[in-house]
Every structure is written in structure tokens, then in C-alpha cells.
Design a binder for this molecule. Structure first.
Ligand code: CTP
Length: 399
């Protein structure tokens, strides 16, 4: 996929810069040509010599070549098929959002005509800061492609979102990116549900589940990057997306999620239901906070609407409906049962018996099952990589 592709790699000052050695090796192994441009502070984290050896090209960080001649940022900016900036620090992100040009990398960025892909890396609170989020929104308005950072242990010792995507995830992203023009998802409309629903008990309490929404958001980003228009109906999660091709509709309860799906289903070529919809909700929602009185409290629940089944009934021949099945026993049998019960075209099975699969993890292990019983098992992978696998399974099903 990346054979012959010209990748201009911008590296900024972040500890994640050490990962670019592996990234360059993976890209070169795939036949890509890589030229590196660094900020001065990036050179503190990894040496230009290392990157020059791995990329087999000179590394650029100054307007002056070693022989004193001018290093043309314009030429470099125009060279790449893509300008990937990984890791992207909060500082360079801010400069990109506002057009500041105080170093060679920024000059190359402002001269570049090719698509821009960014892989931010920063500490949790820096990433969540409103100014960083605003800057990401500004870049999204310039059609910049974002590779979301992962959640995990950060250099500060804190836990949270901000770890640069792993080199293999970045390579996967680039492969999908170059596939976009060939992708059958280009210009398709995809409806995706994600995250948990919350069913109110009283004004301060609800019933919910452990779903993080990560799988649905990863699918939304991956589909949008293949050129699809995504309508993401999201339950309450801590996740955000800045992709211009993704329209997020925030909902709380199963009924709200159902309404949003019913409003948009007719426009959707493909619908992917990753949400963990609460199967039951309190029969009555107390208008006031329930006070502590008796030793036991019974809350009567009523069955919620099954969004997947309802969409299965409304589905037209030119629409695809993809469901998920999270099982703890008789996995395959139950998943096949759901295909029939909900009129699905594909079911993605997660087994909670597989370590690293299911809710609230960054990884997943899936089996894709077709209505004819055909099954394909995948290895344990990051949810970003699993999203690519799922879309690769969906594409051939399109008319
Ligand atoms: N689903 C839905 N609406 C519901 C329940 C489930 O749209 N009220 C969707 C899920 O998003 C998923 C698929 O249906 O794509 C299967 O969900 P799952 O919870 O595994 O199945 P259930 O039908 O709830 O069956 P059970 O709880 O008995 O396993």
C-alpha cells in the first residue's frame, strides 16, 4: 500500500519522538520514501543521525545546509504525498493552528500542498486543555487528519489520553489513508452507535454499563478517514472526535439513542451498532431524589427498545446492518442467533473470555460472522487496528 509513497515526517519535541525510529523502519520496509524534518527540540529526544540512517535521507531542521546553501522548505513541503507530523507537541499544534512560522518545520508545513496527518503526543491535561482542543478544532477545519492519541501511562506518570499512537497504528492509518480514494466507503453515509446508555432512576442516579465507546469512536474515525460521512450517535463517554466528516449526536438513554438512529437510518448506507444499549430501564423515574429508608429497595425495570431489531425490520435491500455481540458463553451460537433475530448482515463477536477484549480496554479480539455461518477470527489488536479489520470485512459486502 505504501510502496513508492513519499512521506514527509515532521518530528517535534516530545519523548514519543523515540518511537519515530521504529516508525521510519516500518515505512521504509513497506517501500515508502521518507524524508524527516525536525524541530530543534525534537533533536534533544532523538538524533538526526539515527533518523538519517533509518530513512536513508538527510534530515532537515535548519534553513542552512551544511555547505552554507539555503535549504528550501518550499521544495520539501511540495515533495511529500503526505506530511505526517508525529509526535505533534502542544506547542507545534498551536503554531499550526495560528500560522506561526519560527522554525524550519513550520515553514515546510505552511508551504506544503499535500494532505496533513497529525499524531499528537502530550500530557493528559495538556491534551484536554480547552486551548489544545480549540486548536485541534481549527486544524480539523483545515481538513487535517488526526490520529487520536491513546490512553495509558504518560511520561509524567499520570494515566490518561495523550500517548502518541503506536508506530504500527500510524502505519495502518497511512495505509487506510492512501486507500481512501479506492475505498468503497468513500462518499457513503455510515451511522454508528457507540458507548453506553444511561437509564435514569431519579434525578441523580442511573443504570448503565462499563462500555467506554472506544470501539465505536475508532470505527467512526477509520470510516471517516476512508472518505465516508459518519453520523456518530454517542452515549455518555469521555471521548471526543475532531474529524470534519463525523457528525456526533450526543444521547443519554436508549430511547434517545433509538430516536437519533430512527431519524438518520434512512440516509445510511451502512449502520454499525457498537453501543452497549441497556436492555432494561426503570419502569418509573422518580421525580425527586430517592431517600434512604428501608433495608432493601426494589426498582422495577421494563424492557428497552431493541434498536438493532427495529432497524433490521426497516432495512432496505441496499442497506447494510452490522451488529456486535458481547458474549460470555455459547459465543458463536448466540452471535448467530443475533444475526437472525435482528436481521443483521454481519455480526462482530467479542468474547469476554478473551483477555484484552470487550469493554473499557484499548484492545479487542473479534470474530466476524456472516449470515451463512462463515467465520473469520482475528488476533488481539488495538481497537484502532480492529476498526480497520471490521471495515475491510464490510467493504466487500457493499453492492
Ligand atoms: N442492541 C441495540 N439495542 C438494544 C440492545 C442491543 O441496538 N436495546 C444492539 C447492540 O448495539 C449490538 C447488538 O444489538 O450491536 C447485540 O447486543 P447485545 O447486548 O449483545 O444483545 P441483546 O439483544 O441485548 O441480547 P442479550 O442481552 O440477551 O445477549
Amino acid at each position: 500500500m505504501l510502496n513508492g509513497k513519499k512521506i514527509l515526517l515532521g518530528i517535534t519535541g516530545s519523548i514519543a519522538a523515540y518511537k519515530t525510529a521504529t516508525l521510519i523502519r516500518l515505512l521504509v520496509k513497506q517501500g515508502a520514501q521518507v524524508k524527516v524534518v525536525m524541530t530543534e527540540s525534537a533533536t534533544q529526544f532523538i538524533t538526526p543521525l539515527t533518523l538519517s540512517v533509518l530513512s536513508k535521507n538527510p534530515v532537515h531542521y535548519s534553513y542552512k545546509n551544511e555547505d552554507g546553501t539555503w535549504n528550501s522548505h518550499v521544495e520539501l513541503g511540495l515533495w511529500g504525498d503526505v506530511f505526517l507530523i508525529a509526535p505533534l507537541s502542544a506547542n507545534t499544534l498551536a503554531k499550526m493552528a495560528h500560522g506561526l512560522c519560527d522554525n524550519f518545520l513550520m515553514a515546510a508545513y505552511l508551504s506544503a500542498k499535500c494532505p496533513i496527518v497529525i499524531a499528537p503526543a502530550m500530557d493528559r491535561d495538556m491534551f484536554l486543555h480547552p486551548s489544545t482542543q480549540n486548536n485541534l478544532d481549527i486544524l480539523s477545519g483545515y481538513s487535517t487528519h488526526l490520529i487520536m492519541p491513546n490512553t495509558g501511562e504518560l511520561a509524567s506518570g499520570l494515566e490518561g489520553k495523550g500517548r502518541m499512537a503506536e508506530p504500527d497504528e500510524i502505519v495502518l492509518f497511512l495505509e487506510a489513508f492512501f486507500l481512501t480514494n479506492k475505498s468503497k466507503l468513500k462518499n457513503k453515509t455510515i451511522l454508528i452507535t457507540a458507548g453506553p446508555t444511561q437509564e435514569a432512576i431519579d434525578p441523580v442516579r442511573f443504570i448503565s454499563n462499563y462500555s467506554s465507546g472506544k470501539m465505536g469512536y475508532a470505527l467512526a474515525e477509520a470510516a471517516a478517514n476512508r472518505g465516508a460521512t459518519v453520523i456518530l450517535v454517542s452515549g455518555s463517554t469521555s471521548l471526543t472526535t475532531h474529524h470534519t466528516n463525523i457528525n456526533t449526536i450526543h444521547v443519554i438513554s436508549a430511547n434517545e439513542m433509538a430516536d437519533a438512529c430512527f431519524n438518520h437510518f434512512a440516509d445510511a448506507d451502512i449502520t454499525i451498532l457498537t453501543a452497549a444499549v441497556a436492555d432494561y430501564a426503570p419502569l418509573e423515574v422518580s421525580p425527586n431524589k430517592i431517600k434512604k429508608h428501608d433495608e432493601q429497595l426494589t426498582i422495577t425495570l421494563k424492557k428497552n427498545i431493541d434498536i438493532a431489531s427495529e432497524l433490521g425490520k426497516r432495512k432496505k435491500n441496499n442497506q447494510l446492518l452490522v451488529g456486535f455481540a458481547l458474549e460470555t458463553e455459547n459465543e458463536i451460537e448466540n452471535a448467530i442467533g443475533k444475526i437472525q433475530k435482528k436481521n443483521l448482515d454481519l455480526v462482530i463477536l467479542n468474547s469476554l473470555n478473551d483477555k484484552g477484549a470487550g469493554f473499557a480496554t484499548d484492545t479487542n479480539k473479534i470474530t466476524a460472522i456472516l449470515p451463512n455461518g462463515e467465520q473469520k477470527q482475528f488476533e488481539l489488536k488495538s481497537k484502532v487496528a480492529v476498526a480497520q479489520d471490521i471495515l475491510n470485512e464490510i467493504e466487500p459486502l457493499l453492492p
